[in-house]
Design a protein around this ligand. Structure first.
Ligand code: NAI
Length: 346
């Protein structure tokens, strides 16, 4: 099957080409994002592949369907960018990669946390300039700290396992508690108590209408003074303005972000020659205790290979059977083994 791959970055070409050829498919790489104005680039191909910032709204899906596209193979787990009802209406199957490497995101979470606690970015910049003074570099340890994990699914559970290894006390907040986390000694509690008791708060829940701005002004005010906040889930789970106020007041001691509410105007592009127009993002970058990466939690060699492999396995399965176990639309094609309640939230 020929697949038009949108938002295709050069670094993905090798893994996607290898997986496509292994599964007997051909690819047409399109560096542009998929949205209504670019949908025609898929003319003549029965399948497209899309990523997190592509816009699969009703208009785009309608255009794709009229061109003969029958499958959208997402190269990601989250699908908040897809109008699933429209996909169903237009008879377009949408499949995703439900889990490729929870370790990749969990390890990146720890990278942000350790870099903040041990002030690695400041230290690195200083050493490069021949400044070996330790003033202002006093760090904090992890052992014995209380870590609050919001969302203990696949990624949150790996984070819990790693933090347990560092000697942290684990608190969790999740409407569907994990027995694996409980076996690690995690105590489940409500969000207000987790925020009051945690030295570190790390977010691993999906973005849904219910989790948008899960941490706003009142929640930030409940946090332990000086706590470290990490978000590698989705930007809008945090109210960025409330977080900025929390940083200014010192309530938040340090902030590590891999995601940002308005990231689709910034992330995955080289804007180094341009003036950043987003004043909220620019303000965040002025804090010495804020560390931001541009949605790279998933970005390991292992994860890219897994994403490519599952994407083209989904294409093969659809080509052979007209169905796909990793389909999220039409809804009835969700595999029997999956938990539809959880899928709907992811
Ligand atoms: P998952 O579905 O395995 O786990 C999510 C957990 O959040 C579930 O246990 C669910 O019950 C829980 N949850 C749902 N609503 C909640 C709420 N209101 N409060 C607390 N917990 C809630 O998902 P997984 O694979 O662990 O991924 C988590 C999120 O990480 C994804 O939804 C995605 O947004 C983000 N992600 C980020 C990546 C990156 O590169 N930074 C890459 C992949 C995922």
């Amino acid at each position: 099957m020929q697949v038009t791959v949108f938002s295709a970055k050069l670094y993905e070409h090798p893994s996607l080409e290898a997986a496509a050829s292994r599964h007997g498919h051909t690819v047409d790489f399109q560096p542009l994002r998929l949205y209504r104005d670019t949908a025609s680039l898929a003319l003549g191909t029965p399948a497209v592949s899309a990523f997190v910032h592509d816009i699969l709204d009703a208009e785009t899906l309608g255009l794709l369907a009229r061109q003969g596209v029958r499958l959208v193979a997402l190269r990601c787990a989250g699908f908040n960018q897809v109008d699933l009802k429209a996909a169903e209406k237009f008879g377009v199957t949408v499949a995703r990669v439900p889990a490729y490497s929870p370790q990749a995101v969990a390890e990146h979470t720890l990278a942000l946390l350790l870099a903040l606690l041990r002030k690695l970015c400041r230290a690195h910049n200083r050493v490069r300039e021949g400044n070996f003074s330790l003033d202002g570099l006093l760090g904090e340890g992890l052992c014995g700290k209380t870590a609050g994990i919001v969302g203990t699914g696949k990624i949150g559970t790996v984070v819990a396992r790693i933090l347990n290894g560092f000697g942290c006390r684990l608190l969790g907040y999740d409407p569907a508690p994990s027995t694996t986390c409980e076996k690690l000694g995690m105590t489940y509690t409500d969000l207000p108590h987790l925020l009051e008791a945690s030295d570190i708060v790390t977010l691993h829940c999906p973005l849904t209408p219910g989790t948008r701005h899960l941490l706003g002004e009142p929640e930030v005010a409940r946090m332990k003074p000086g706590a470290v906040l990490i978000n590698t889930s989705r930007g809008a789970v945090l109210d960025t303005q409330a977080v900025i106020r929390g940083l200014k007041s010192g309530r938040i001691g340090a902030l590590g972000l891999d995601v940002y509410e308005e990231e689709d105007h910034l992330f995955f592009e080289d804007l180094s020659g341009q003036i950043i127009q987003d004043d909220v993002f620019a303000r965040l970058m002025t804090f010495p205790n804020v560390l931001i990466t541009g949605h790279q939690g998933f970005f390991t060699r292992e994860a890219l290979e897994a994403i490519a492999d599952v994407t083209f396995r989904n294409v093969s399965e659809f080509e052979l059977t007209g169905k796909c176990a990793n389909a999220i639309a039409p809804a009835r094609r969700v595999s029997a083994g999956s938990n539809p309640k959880r899928l709907a939230r992811t």
